[in-house]
Every structure is written in structure tokens, then in C-alpha cells.
Ligand binder design. Structure first.
Ligand SMILES: [Zn+2]
Length: 353
């Protein structure tokens, strides 16, 4: 441990090239990346929208109306842009390098051949919402960047280091860095902008990503998103039953961060399941993705609470002896789920929410 060997991390590695949009023309003026607002980028325009290749945020595209959304955020909610930039950086170090099409609405759209379609608000929602979760996330970033224990991670630019610590604000990222060092999870690597993960840090990371996961992490909800005519119904099932049940029991909660039918986002889903304290799987319409996610959670020895509408006859496994809730209406699911969570998992750590 503590090897002096230096390995530089090249943020350009794994970039997808530009060919994803065929007919491109170069804009005359260089502009700043609309998300991190840090790097000069050279956006390419096509009929489908604008394509950006930012050294921090990676390759992403957006359609014309989003220009105004980005401008509005820069003026009124710059924090959201910074959080989105940090999460795009995190996605790339986790190996999720597919080009992203960023949308500001939640319209159901057909899967895109070249892009993972991602809703901007979902990206921002990935940003850990408590200081302890942020510090844990920083540790995870360093573990993910380490190819082997003891490896020193050397950053060439301070902004890369700042992103690894989730914030472009010097005060914030140095606070996370100092904390991780004082908790002995990270050590300075001996030269500026370099750190390595200590054995204690690895132990902490492993306890966060295996078994029960951290209690402060969001509960993962696997559910069908609905065909267009039922999207609203399923959204309400989440917004008005599942989420409030978790929150009343003081657990943070997150549903699969996807647009329907988009398989490429699976990497993030599996990572979310890995770190979740437990999983809720709603079996409405017997969606194969939900079974897959529940099976994956089972393989990690996580508790899965199954929910299924009472009038749904078929369920694709033997449910006898499995923790399950049969519900009639939304209210019914909400109260049964809250009781089930409190009974099987106890109260969560998010009491202030
Ligand atoms: Zn950027």
C-alpha cells in the first residue's frame, strides 16, 4: 500500500468520437460548455440539435429549445448546472461513456440509436443530497478511479480534482478532501493534486457497495414506466404512494433514472442497486426489466419488497414465502408499504426530511 507509483488519469480516454451525428457543420464561434461553463467547446449543429464534446462533461447533445433552458439555469439556478456537471463527470469515471441526449421534458420518446436519453432533472437528482452522502460519493469516485489498491491518482488539472470531490467551489471540495483525509480514507499522494485510497478507505467503500449498502443511500425502486397511455398512472403510483411511503419511514428513495425502453442506461441502474440499502420492486404488467433488477438485488443479498396489484393474476415466480404486498388502490399501497418498510427495515436515517 502507499506505492509511490504515479499513474495519470486521462479524462479523454474512452471518449466517443463525433460521428454520432452525420451531417454536422462547425459553428463559427467557440462557446463555453452549457453545463460546466468551464471549457471552451466547439458545438456542432445538425437538424436533430446541438452536439457538444466537453473535456469534463463528455459527449452530449440537446435540441434547440434546451438552449434557452441552459441560459435560464445559468442566470437563475447555476447550482443545478454545477451539480449536473459533477454527475456527468462521475458517470464518465464509472465507465458510462455513451453519448447522452439531454432533455428538459419527460415526453416518452423512442429509443435513440446513438444516445442515452437523459432528463436533466434526473441528472441533477443523482447528486447526493446530504453532506455524508456527498463525502461517501467522493470516496467512491477515488476507488473507481484506482485501478488497484494503493495507486496514486494524479490529476493534471485542479478542476478534475474538484469534480472528483463533486464541486467546483474551492471551499466545498477542499472541505470534502480534508474530511476524507482526516477520516483516514484518503491520503495525499505526495505531489499537488494527488491522492490515494487507504486500506481503511477501501474497507469503507466495500461496506458501501456490498451487502446492505449504506443506510443513507437512496432505496432503489424498480418499476414499469408504462406505455404512453399509462405513464401518468405509473408516475402517480411512484409520486403518491411509493415515494411518500419511503419518506414517511425516513428513507431516501430513487426510481430507475431512465426513459422507457432505454437499455443503455443499465450500468447506472446496476450501480444504484449495488449501493441501495434495499429495493422495492413493483410487478405491474410483469415488466422483464423489473424482474431483472430484483434478481440482481437478490444476488447481492439485498432485501427486495415486492408489490403487485391485487387484480394482476400472473406473477412470474413463486411468491409464497417472499416478502410481498398485494394492493388495490394507491392509498392501500402507500400504507402497506410504509408498514412493511418499518417492520422489515426499521426507520431510515433521513429524519429531517
Ligand atoms: Zn462541460
Amino acid at each position: 500500500m502507499g506505492s509511490k507509483e504515479r499513474t495519470s488519469w486521462n479524462p479523454c480516454a474512452g471518449w466517443r468520437s463525433w460521428q454520432v451525428i452525420k451531417s454536422v457543420r462547425t459553428m463559427p464561434d467557440d462557446k463555453l460548455c452549457p453545463i460546466c461553463r468551464l471549457h471552451q467547446i466547439n458545438p456542432k449543429q445538425s437538424l436533430k440539435g446541438t452536439l457538444v464534446d466537453c473535456p469534463s462533461c463528455g459527449v452530449f447533445a440537446f435540441d434547440y429549445p434546451s438552449d434557452h433552458q441552459f441560459e435560464h439555469l445559468a442566470k437563475h439556478e447555476p447550482e443545478k448546472l454545477k451539480q449536473a456537471a459533477a454527475m456527468l463527470f462521475v458517470r464518465r469515471i464509472e465507465g458510462l461513456t455513451e453519448p447522452i441526449f439531454i432533455r428538459f421534458d419527460r415526453k416518452v420518446v423512442a429509443p435513440h440509436e446513438h444516445y442515452v436519453i437523459l432528463c436533466f432533472d434526473d441528472l441533477v437528482a443523482e447528486y447526493p443530497d446530504t453532506v455524508s452522502a456527498q463525502i461517501e460519493r467522493c470516496l467512491r469516485n477515488f476507488c473507481v478511479l484506482s485501478e488497484r489498491p494503493g495507486q496514486t491518482i494524479q490529476f493534471h488539472h485542479q478542476e478534475e480534482l474538484a469534480f472528483a470531490f463533486l464541486s467546483l467551489e474551492t471551499e466545498a471540495w477542499t472541505y470534502y478532501a480534508n474530511n476524507l483525509v482526516s477520516m483516514e480514507y484518503l491520503k495525499y499522494g505526495g505531489s499537488p493534486n494527488s491522492y490515494f485510497v487507504t486500506p481503511k478507505g477501501w474497507e469503507r467503500y466495500e461496506s458501501l457497495t456490498s451487502g446492505q449498502g449504506a443506510r443513507s443511500n437512496p432505496v432503489f425502486v424498480a418499476m414499469w414506466f408504462g406505455e404512453p397511455d399509462r405513464t401518468k398512472e405509473m408516475k402517480e403510483l411512484y409520486d403518491l404512494a411509493i415515494e411518500p411511503a419511503c419518506k414517511s419511514a425516513h428513507w431516501a428513495v430513487k426510481k430507475a433514472n431512465t426513459v422507457p425502453h432505454n437499455d443503455q442506461i443499465m450500468g447506472q441502474v446496476l450501480q444504484d442497486i449495488r449501493v441501495a440499502p434495499f429495493v422495492i420492486a413493483d410487478l405491474t404488467e410483469n415488466n422483464p426489466g423489473v424482474y431483472y433488477e430484483a434478481g440482481f438485488a437478490h444476488s447481492l443479498k439485498k432485501s427486495v419488497i415486492f408489490c403487485c396489484p391485487k387484480d394482476q393474476k400472473k406473477v412470474h415466480f413463486d411468491v409464497s414465502g417472499i416478502n410481498q404486498i398485494r394492493y388495490s388502490v394507491r392509498e392501500d399501497l402507500r400504507s402497506q408499504l410504509e408498514n412493511n418498510i418499518l417492520f422489515t427495515q426499521g426507520e431510515g436515517p433521513h429524519k429531517s426530511k
